[in-house]
Design a protein around this ligand. Structure first.
Ligand code: GCO
Length: 254
């Protein structure tokens, strides 16, 4: 029984925005746990380099180059992937950050953030769920943030999108839970990635994150593999609509 619970062998897992950062780390971790992972990104060179990197370590990896914010590209890509074999798990990881105060933000930047961080998860979820519903099984994991619950100055669009993504997770559970799907979310704290590099390089901000986090450190991308494996495996078959914060304790303390 216990060997089935976390067994990802043969599971086909699509991770959006996974040609770098947290998405690539999650993909590599799940691949090392036996999953067949599909990387996604828009930049062909970056995507191919990411695939080659994981393949060189012996992992079962494929590439799916498409724009997750394009309804047409999502439909075409998912139809193509599903024609090869069922997608067992979708991890909606794609996201961007644009730091600007809300009184200075342009509508263009606002819509870019909402489209990439929230609408893409709806487009991807809707398309992948159709096949999962037919099979009466499947899992979706939305990568939220501590900013699904907490705001910080100059991150209004990102915070609104990640808050929406937490509630979209619950809405997906309401619609698709009765049809055999499990939809959950992970809320990363502050992780050392390309997106947060400017923050890490700021001594004051770096000290704030370390002191504000009970673990007294930034997250490492590999810290997300455990939660991702849990929500991708049979171990979470009776867990739905939940968000698990992988934040070193940040959201639990003042
Ligand atoms: C910021 C950061 C955060 C982190 C992360 C925290 O500007 O405060 O970019 O948004 O990226 O999302 O969970």
């Amino acid at each position: 029984m216990s060997d089935r619970l976390f067994n990802l062998t043969g599971k086909r897992i699509l991770i959006t925005g996974s040609n770098g950062g947290l998405g690539l780390a999650i993909a590599g971790g799940l691949g090392r746990l036996g999953a067949s992972v599909i990387l996604n990104g828009r930049d062909e060179a970056k995507l191919n380099a990411a695939v080659d990197g994981l393949r060189s370590t012996g992992l079962d990896v494929a590439a799916a180059r498409f724009d997750v914010t394009s309804e047409a590209e999502v439909a075409s890509a998912i139809d193509g992937l599903e024609a090869e074999a069922p997608i067992d798990v979708l991890i909606n990881n794609a996201g961007i950050q644009r730091r600007v105060r809300l009184d200075e933000i342009t509508l263009e930047v606002w819509e870019e953030v909402l489209r990439t961080n929230l609408t893409s998860a709806m487009l991807m979820g809707r398309q992948v769920a159709r096949g999962m519903i037919t099979r009466q099984r499947g899992k979706i994991v939305n990568i939220c943030s501590v900013m699904s619950d907490l705001g910080r100055t100059t991150t209004g669009a990102y915070t609104a999108a990640k808050g929406g993504l937490k509630m979209l997770t619950r809405a997906m559970c309401a619609d698709w839970g009765p049809l055999g799907l499990q939809i959950n979310a992970i809320g990363p704290g502050y992780f050392a990635t390309e997106m947060t590099q400017p923050l890490i390089e700021n001594p004051e901000f770096n000290a704030w994150v370390v002191n504000r986090t009970p673990a007294r450190r930034w997250g490492e991308p590999s810290d997300l593999v455990g939660a991702s494996a849990f929500f991708s495996s049979a171990a979470s078959d009776f867990v739905n609509g939940q968000i698990l914060y992988v934040d070193g304790g940040m959201t639990t303390v003042l």
